[in-house]
Design a protein around this ligand. Structure first.
Ligand SMILES: *[C@@H]1O[C@H](CO)[C@@H](O)[C@H](O)[C@H]1NC(C)=O
Ligand SMILES: *[C@@H]1O[C@H](CO)[C@@H](O)[C@H](O)[C@H]1NC(C)=O
Length: 235
């Protein structure tokens, strides 16, 4: 290798390193919703324009009601096989939440009710118990500390945090109904319910794949795939 070629090579390597750093730092910067460029951007659901989020309503037509929702105190029906019901209060219910990078939810649990293992790809969650007794926890990724479960028994007034993208759950361990709120650091946290996604996908994942992954036989997997994987949430 002559010296010009060597110089060109090292310039290339420096460029690659610089590009990698730029990519990594931009990932860090964009790990929450995009920053605001205006006071608010009340969602206009009638617009045909496609943007990240929803287009803004004409500010002259915005009213106080665009920032308002009433009824979060109303108990929701938990009459489903999971015994839980998530009412997501996002842009669908409060249009003024558009672009603000936050939403909230109310969760009702029957005795024995479960919000099954799930994760939010785009947000961390602050979980507050309003009523009742829950067992809640999250599991870390396949990292140095392995798949560690961090979990606690929670009661009225307790707060627990679920870090972004980690699988978590809440289970009503009390004899009475329980109620909680969940606040998210994204307008669109995303919701991936693990059993529903794995066993209830459309079309189904080939049973041989899930049998191997879960150390079960294909008969058991096919049975699981025939079950009704209820959606316990509404927007
Ligand atoms: C959640 O509660 C609402 C209001 O009570 C009800 O209309 C809805 O069907 C319930 N969802 C589930 C999954 O039970
Ligand atoms: C599949 O596994 C279940 C549960 O372990 C067992 O009861 C059943 O006999 C198995 N079926 C076959 C075909 O191996």
């Amino acid at each position: 290798m002559n010296s010009t070629r060597r110089a060109k090579m090292s310039a290339k390597i420096i460029l690659i390193i610089a590009a990698s750093i730029a990519v990594i730092s931009s990932i860090c910067v964009s790990s929450s919703d995009p920053g605001l460029l205006q006071d608010f951007c009340v969602a206009d659901f009638t617009s045909n324009v496609f943007v990240n989020g929803f287009p803004c309503k004409d500010p002259l037509l915005v009213t106080s009601d665009d920032f308002f929702y009433s009824g979060i105190d109303q108990p929701r029906s938990t009459d489903n096989q999971l015994g839980s019901n998530i009412t997501i209060v996002g842009v669908n219910r409060i249009r003024g939440l558009n672009t603000l990078g936050i939403i909230i939810a109310r969760i009702d649990y029957a005795p024995g009710g479960l919000n099954p293992p799930h994760y939010h790809p785009r947000a961390s969650e602050v979980f507050t118990v309003i009523e009742g007794n829950l067992f809640a926890g999250f599991i870390t990724t396949n990292s140095d500390i392995g798949n560690t479960l961090y979990a606690k028994k929670l009661q009225k007034g307790d707060i627990f945090v679920f870090p972004q993208g980690l699988i978590h759950f809440q289970f009503n361990i009390g004899s009475k109904r329980a109620v909680a709120t969940a606040a998210f650091g994204s307008q669109s946290p995303g919701l991936m319910t693990v059993p529903n996604a794995v066993f209830g996908s459309n079309p189904p994942v080939p049973a041989v794949i899930l049998a191997k992954a879960f150390q079960l036989n294909t008969t058991t997997i096919e049975w699981l795939q025939q079950q009704n994987w209820v959606k316990n949430f509404n927007y």
